[in-house]
Design a protein around this ligand. Sequence first.
Ligand code: MTE
Ligand code: MO
Length: 245
Amino acid sequence: MQRRNVLVGLAALGAGGCSRIGETRGFEALVDGAMEWHRAAHRALAPGVSMAREYQVADLSPFFRGNGTTVIDTQRYRAHLARGFAQWQVTVGGLVARPLALSMAQIRALPQRTQITRHDCVEGWSAIGQWTGPQLGPILQFAGLRTEARFIVFRCADVLYGGRYYESCDLDDAFHPQSILAHALNGAPLLERNGAPLRLRIERQLGYKHAKYLTGIEAVASLEGIEGGEGGFWEDRGYQWYAGI
Ligand SMILES: Nc1nc2c(c(=O)[nH]1)N[C@H]1C(S)=C(S)[C@@H](COP(=O)(O)O)O[C@H]1N2
Ligand SMILES: [Mo]
């Protein structure tokens, strides 16, 4: 049933490009693969995989503030926002066998994980929010990471203090069950201040690792040569790359 909805949704969108049928089949395989992966990942929650603490609805912060970029003042972003992000795409590329470009409809059609977690910003505030989105792991698995891939880089739509925001993580965090591409906070589509339409939740890491306004996901062998070379916007400005909580 869910799968039929996905296909109908895709047909309505007109998956675009040269091979509509091919793309639809490919996406169907991603949905199936993601479901199997989700199940397997849960079963494998074995000793060794440490999970971030998850909270209850009663623990939710009444207000989840925005930090860093909270408004993107470009014509391009304003136009996407005005159209409800119907044309927004997140690319998955770099060292992968099968590069992808996912629409928000496709992101929402994948198996979803909802988690209530605490966000800790180094600036000295925390907030508890409920995040929903597909796990990153099965998307990367479907794209087919090449053996040389060691890091995942997250590209963002915003420029902060003159620099493009970006982040990165190792494969351990990328394939962690609580690493999701979140499109909803507390059951509602993300607001602009919290990273609309899509942001990373990487729950064992500090706030600045949770890249907002995602436009691209890139598998790389090394972080050298990417922006300042330290693996993230704040890392290039002196923060730790491994920001484990
Ligand atoms: N693209 C982008 N992602 C970002 C930032 C940013 O400025 N731009 N700020 C980071 C920081 S320091 C924090 S604490 C969180 C804040 O998330 P929030 O705005 O939803 O509170 O986003 C992180 N991700
Ligand atoms: Mo932060």
